[in-house]
Design a binder for this molecule. Structure first.
Ligand code: SAM
Length: 200
């Protein structure tokens, strides 16, 4: 059985892990939104066995995602569950760490609002939220290639698009998150890190 694969994930999983290992330091439950191919879940769960890594994706993608997670057969990586951020109840509470990569520029802007809205109910006090992907700053793309990427996204789906970091930051703040770090990552991406409550 051929497993789902993304070359971008192969390229970015090591630099992302280096950041997560500085923040996901204690035993706890991770909720991954938009697990995709499962390469991140497999790599991060294997490297951080003190975490229980629960991956999720929209219902239509869960079976594909689970091909890889089942093959990985890691004790701290259960099969993925269906979760669309726009659903009324995520059915998740007391989450210590939330991770999502390359999802906010794929889902519509209205769904980005829904991504952050339930977090006060979903996250434990002091929880860490890490979101990886490209962002605009002050309305500007960080590179010409990100501007090209944005055009390509909108040709595929007019509702997709690289988000303004200020908009995302405002949604995070409204959900009670404090920005801890904005890490510049390879390939013109960022890894935003928030803490529920005060940043210190
Ligand atoms: C470009 S892929 C990224 C997958 C993976 N995280 C990665 O970095 O390769 C975008 C992901 O966003 C997910 N997605 C899109 N809309 C979503 C929604 N409303 N709720 C949850 N996930 C969503 C897709 O199913 C897909 O897995």
């Amino acid at each position: 059985m051929e497993l789902p694969f993304s070359q971008a994930c192969e390229n970015n999983k090591a630099p992302i892990l280096a950041v997560l290992q500085r923040h996901f330091t204690r035993p706890g439950h991770v909720l991954e939104i938009a697990g995709g191919t499962g390469q991140h879940a497999e790599h991060f769960a294997a490297a951080m066995p003190w975490l229980q890594w629960q991956s999720t994706d929209v219902p239509a993608n869960v079976a594909t995602l689970n091909l890889r997670l089942a093959a990985a057969a890691l004790p701290n990586l259960p099969l993925a569950m269906p979760l669309d951020v726009t659903q009324a109840d995520w059915g998740q509470h007391g989450i210590d760490y939330l991770f999502s990569a390359n999802s906010l520029h794929i889902m519509p802007a209205s769904a980005v609002v829904e991504f952050f809205r339930p977090l006060p109910d979903v996250l434990a006090p002091g929880a860490i939220v890490c979101v990886y992907g490209p962002f605009k700053y002050g309305g500007e793309f960080t590179t010409p290639s990100n501007a090209q990427f944005d055009l390509w996204l909108k040709e595929r789906n007019p509702a997709s698009g690289i988000r303004d970091v200020e908009t995302v930051q405002a949604l995070a703040a409204a959900a009670g998150l404090s920005l801890v770090e904005d890490n510049a990552m390879p390939a013109n991406n960022q890894l935003l890190v928030w803490r529920r409550g005060n940043a210190a």
